[in-house]
Design a protein. Structure first.
Length: 468
């Protein structure tokens, strides 16, 4: 009677599963005795799983995975959680290894049957090759009683390269930890890998965190205290929760590592640039790395840019040519390549750096009106605002109180620079002190009947008079 009761209950489970998942459910649980074994095992392991009795659930679960790997998606979801729990709680080394091997096999079986499983599963249960490999990589390192670092690293790279910006945040968090451990074990051997891994993790996280900024925020005001709180959209909060930590960890580990200075990068890439001078994909990657670590003034950057430019005119190659021309003092040639890079570039942040470079050249040439055209393309760039303040202050004089207006406007612009970019506050304060020294004394302004705060016009806009 007991066996018949289990079988009847299990058949009811099959009926429900069939209507919920697919009309093809019966074929996925096998035929004959196999199907009976699977039905009974399903009921037993589900009951034991719900009771968190994972040891009792283990064998019937394994029967389902072995005999009916395409029966249900939750065979993999529950199996993953169950095996992770068993690995963490087991004290017998042999059993711990057995559970770990089963966990690795679970990912392999899911990968083999991915297309069938995706054919009947809902949106939340869809899986990808890269996603499965990423989870296998994570568990192969963090769940393995005796981790194989090389194997786990290779899995991480394969999975992340396949998944790209869809890589889960916890995977990136684990990956950069593993990469840092490899680097600390052998810095000379793994330095280049660690640099590239850092760039990959921060690039993925950075792009996704930028997307979070695109969602609208709301402001909530406490009716009693009047305090305001910025409330993020749920979609933005979800992105931040998933990707801010791996981004911060990558930055922290990289700063602590001391992995990249220009001399170290030169030792890594110089022989490889020569060996790959006809491979533009490789050269473009090197240029990206050198730019990321402010090594654009090195001769290696120029050499790689020259080789790349000869193959394909890319924004990075043109920038390298511009840098070389600047170093040689040939600003006309530099401007030519800067404009060429600008025409090819599509990334707004990279364009901004080119605007800045051109503005500085025009300023150094004394072509202030042209410099201002480029500066005004970036109204929130602290460094360029300070450059603008310098241009504005040049039109000030002491011929009259009103003629000191440009100094006042320059101070306004310096304050805007500090607000836009706090990192330039030191330079801004120094400039403000210089411009303040050129203001009219309060006593002379008083005798002339001119009050502070009086609006005046300058060639660059209006401002209010200040006195010292």
């Amino acid at each position: 009677m007991k066996g018949k009761f289990i079988l009847a209950g299990a058949m009811a489970l099959v009926t429900i599963g069939a209507s919920a998942q697919s009309n093809d459910y019966k074929s996925r649980i096998g035929h004959g005795q196999d199907s009976i074994d699977v039905i009974e095992a399903l009921q037993i392991y589900n009951d034991e799983y719900k009771s968190k009795n994972y040891k009792a659930a283990y064998e019937p679960w394994k029967t389902v995975l072995t005999k009916a790997p395409t029966a249900r998606v939750d065979t993999y979801k529950k199996g993953q959680w169950m095996l992770q729990s068993l690995i963490q709680s087991e004290t017998d080394p042999a059993l711990k290894k057995q559970y770990f091997d089963d966990l690795m096999n679970l990912y392999d079986v899911r990968l083999q049957n991915m297309d069938v499983l995706n054919s009947f599963s809902g949106a939340k249960d869809q899986s990808s090759k890269g996603g499965i490999i990423c989870r296998k990589a994570y568990d192969s390192y963090f769940m393995n009683p005796t981790p194989d670092v090389s194997k786990s690293y290779a899995l991480f790279k394969e999975g992340i390269n396949d998944t790209g910006n869809d890589t889960e945040g916890f995977v990136l968090y684990g990956f950069i930890q593993l990469s840092d451990s490899r680097f600390e074990y052998d810095k000379d051997k793994y330095r280049e890998d660690f640099i590239n891994d850092y760039l990959q993790v921060t690039d993925i996280c950075g792009q996704l965190l930028e997307q979070a900024n695109e969602y609208e925020t709301s402001i909530q005001v406490d009716p009693e205290s009047g305090d305001t709180t910025v409330v993020l959209a749920p979609e933005a909060q979800k992105i931040i929760d998933a990707y801010q930590q791996p981004y911060d960890l990558a930055e922290q580990l990289f700063v602590q590592s001391g992995a990249a200075d220009c001399d170290a990068l030169d030792k890594i890439y110089r022989p490889k640039v020569e060996a790959n001078k006809t491979d533009n994909n490789y050269l473009t990657g090197v240029l990206k790395v050198l730019r990321s670590f402010d090594c654009t003034k090195t001769d290696l950057y120029e050499i790689a840019a020259d080789y790349s430019y000869q193959l394909v005119k890319t924004p990075a190659a043109a920038l390298g040519k511009a840098s070389k021309a600047l170093k040689a003092g040939n600003t006309n040639e530099a401007l030519k390549y800067f404009n060429e890079s600008l025409a090819l570039e599509t990334d707004g942040a990279k364009k901004a750096k080119i605007y800045q470079a051109i503005a500085v050249i025009m300023y150094q040439r004394g072509n202030y009106s042209e410099a201002l055209k480029w500066i005004d393309k970036l109204p929130n760039n602290g460094s360029l605002l300070l450059l603008k303040a310098s241009i504005v202050a040049r039109s000030g004089s002491h011929k009259s109180i009103e003629a000191t207006g440009p100094y006042c406007l320059a101070i306004d612009i310096c304050n805007r620079a500090k607000a836009a970019d706090p990192s330039c506050s030191g330079r801004a304060n120094k400039a403000i002190a210089n411009y303040t020294a050129n203001l009219y004394p309060k006593s002379e302004a008083f005798m002339a009947g001119v009050k502070a705060g009086t609006r005046v016009s300058t060639p660059y806009g209006s401002t209010t008079l200040r006195f010292r």
